[in-house]
Ligand binder design. Structure first.
Ligand SMILES: [Zn+2]
Ligand SMILES: [Zn+2]
Ligand SMILES: [Zn+2]
Ligand SMILES: [Zn+2]
Ligand SMILES: [Zn+2]
Length: 456
C-alpha cells in the first residue's frame, strides 16, 4: 500500500515524486485537492488519481452534500478538541458515502485533508460556501503543517497551536511537534535507512556487563553514543543523532517498555538473574514478527539471563509454531538464545488451550492495544479477565492520552490495581517518533507513547 509522505497527502509536496523543495507546485485542476511539480508528474499519476479526482469533483458539485457539509460547521471557532473531532468525523462520513468505491489508499489522504483547526473547514467546503475557487486555507507560517480558514480563526487557534501541551513529550507545542515530524520525515527520506515497512531496525551490538535500572534514564542518554558509533556519525555535535534515535525508538520502544514494566512490577532484581525470562505479547500481529530482532535488546541489558522466550499471541499472528531468530555472535558464543513462539489466538483462548501446561510468564504486555475501542472491546474484556483472575504481571500501552485513559478505565473496571508509576501516564520509553493522527487536524499518535496501566 503506497500512500507517500504526509507532505504529499496534504498538498505540500508533489503527489507523484514527493518533491517539496525548489519546485513550484500546482494544484490538480479537477479536484484541487493535491499538487504536482509539473505536467510530467501529473500525467504519470493520472491513472491512479483519475477515479478519486472524478469522485471528489462530483461530490463538490453535489448541492445536497454541500448543504450538509456547510451545515456541520460550528457557529463559533471552537477549542474543544472533542467537538472538533466529532465534526470532522461527521464530515468524513459524508465524504465516504460518496466515495464508497474508492480504495483504502485514497481514504488515507482524505483523512489527512487540511482543515481549519478551530472550525473544521476544508478548502472544498470553503469553495462550496462561496463558489469562489481561489479560496485557500492559511498555513501556519512556522510549521506550514496546520491551517486556519481566516486570520480571526488563527487568533482563536493561537493557544491550542502554540501553547505547550501535556499530551506530548517535553511539553512541546502542537506547532513544534509539527516541525519535528516534518524534519523527521526529511531525515528518513534522505538517509534511506528505513526498511520497506518504514522501520529502522537497530539494536546496539553489545551486551551490558550488568543490569542497570532505567529509572531517570533517557533515550538520548542511553543510546546517543551507541547510535552515532553504529552509523558513523560524529558524537561531538549535540543532538546530531536525535532523528536516528527517534527512528530507532519506534521499534526499540517494545523491548524497552518490557524492561521498564518488569523492573517496576518486581519488588527486587531477582528477575534480572533468571535463567529464562518469558514474555507474552498480547494482541500481537505481523509487526512484532517483522520487528523481532529488536527484542534482543532485552538479552543485551540482562547479561545473566540465558534464554528469552517471547510468545506472540493474537489472531493476526502468522499461524506457525516459531520463528527462526538469529542473535548476535556474542550472544551465540555465550550459548544464549532468543526463542520466538507464535500463538494465533486471542489470549484467553491461548490460556484455555494451554490448560495445565500454562506457566505464568514474567510479563504480559499489550502494545497499543486500543482495548477500549468499540469493535475490540468484547474480546479484550475476556482476555483482561484472565489477566486479573490469574494475577498475571501485565502492562498495557497506548498511542495517546485518550487511548491510554480509555484502556485504563476498562482495566480498572475489570479489577486491575495499577502500579502508581505505570499509568495512565506518558511512557518514558515510548517511541520518540510521532505520527499525525488521521481524522484529526490536531493530534499525534506515538507507538507505546503512553502507559495505560501496569498491574499484577
Ligand atoms: Zn513531481
Ligand atoms: Zn484531481
Ligand atoms: Zn476556521
Ligand atoms: Zn505551526
Ligand atoms: Zn546479542
Amino acid at each position: 500500500m503506497e500512500m507517500g509522505p504526509l507532505q504529499a497527502m496534504i498538498g505540500l509536496a508533489c503527489r507523484k515524486c514527493y518533491k517539496e523543495e525548489d519546485v513550484e507546485l500546482s494544484r490538480c485542476g479537477g479536484c484541487r485537492r493535491i499538487s504536482y511539480c509539473g505536467m510530467e508528474c501529473q500525467n504519470a499519476d493520472w491513472k491512479r488519481h483519475k477515479p478519486i479526482c472524478k469522485a471528489l469533483t462530483s461530490l463538490e458539485k453535489n448541492s445536497a452534500a454541500a448543504a450538509r457539509l456547510v451545515s456541520l460547521l460550528p457557529k463559533e471557532p471552537s477549542s474543544d478538541l472533542q467537538e472538533i473531532r466529532k465534526l470532522t468525523d461527521e464530515q468524513l462520513d459524508i465524504y465516504f458515502i460518496h466515495l464508497q468505491r474508492q480504495t483504502v489508499v485514497e481514504h488515507s489522504w482524505i483523512q489527512h485533508e487540511p482543515r481549519c483547526l478551530v472550525c473544521t473547514r476544508t478548502e472544498m467546503v470553503m469553495r462550496m460556501e462561496t463558489g469562489d475557487v481561489t479560496q485557500r486555507l492559511i498555513p501556519c507560517p512556522r510549521c506550514m503543517r496546520s491551517f486556519c480558514c481566516s486570520p480571526a480563526h488563527w487568533e482563536a487557534a493561537h493557544t491550542l497551536h502554540h501553547g505547550p501541551s501535556t499530551d506530548w513529550r517535553d511539553g512541546l507545542s502542537h506547532c513544534q511537534m509539527n516541525m519535528f515530524v516534518r524534519m523527521q520525515a526529511r531525515v528518513d527520506t534522505k538517509t534511506s535507512l528505513l526498511d520497506r515497512q518504514g522501520q529502522l531496525l537497530w539494536v546496539p551490538g553489545r551486551v551490558k556487563s550488568r543490569w542497570v535500572s532505567l529509572e531517570g534514564k533517557t533515550w538520548e542518554g542511553e543510546f546517543d553514543e551507541e547510535i552515532c558509533k553504529s552509523f558513523g556519525m560524529p558524537v561531538t555535535i549535540p543532538s546530531s543523532s536525535t532523528f536516528l534515535i527517534s527512528s530507532a525508538s519506534d521499534t526499540l520502544s517494545m523491548p524497552m517498555a518490557i524492561l521498564y514494566g518488569l523492573s517496576k512490577l518486581n519488588e527486587d532484581d531477582g528477575w534480572t538473574r533468571k535463567q529464562k525470562l518469558t514474555v507474552h505479547v498480547l494482541g500481537a500481529d505481523i509487526r512484532e514478527v517483522s520487528c523481532r530482532s529488536v527484542f534482543e535488546e532485552i538479552l543485551h541489558r540482562l547479561p545473566e539471563v540465558n534464554t528469552l522466550e517471547i510468545v506472540l499471541c493474537g489472531p493476526d499472528v502468522p499461524s506457525r509454531d516459531s520463528f527462526d531468530h538469529k542473535i548476535c555472535p556474542e550472544c551465540i558464543a555465550r550459548g544464549r538464545s532468543c526463542v520466538l513462539k507464535c500463538a494465533a489466538n486471542m489470549y484467553h483462548d491461548f490460556v484455555r488451550k494451554q490448560g495445565n501446561q500454562f506457566a505464568t510468564p514474567d510479563l504480559c504486555i499489550a502494545f497499543n492495544s486500543g482495548a477500549a475501542q468499540d469493535n475490540l472491546g468484547y474480546t479484550w474484556r475476556m482476555s483482561i479477565k484472565v489477566l486479573v483472575a490469574r494475577k498475571l504481571p501485565s502492562l498495557f500501552t497506548g498511542y495517546d492520552r485518550e487511548e491510554a485513559e480509555g484502556d485504563a478505565a476498562m482495566l480498572r473496571a475489570a479489577g486491575a490495581a495499577f502500579h502508581p508509576l505505570l499509568g495512565p501516564c506518558l511512557n518514558p520509553w515510548g517511541s520518540q517518533k510521532a505520527h499525525p493522527t488521521t481524522h484529526s487536524a490536531y493530534g499525534f499518535h506515538v507507538d507505546n507513547g503512553w502507559l495505560a496501566g501496569g498491574f499484577k
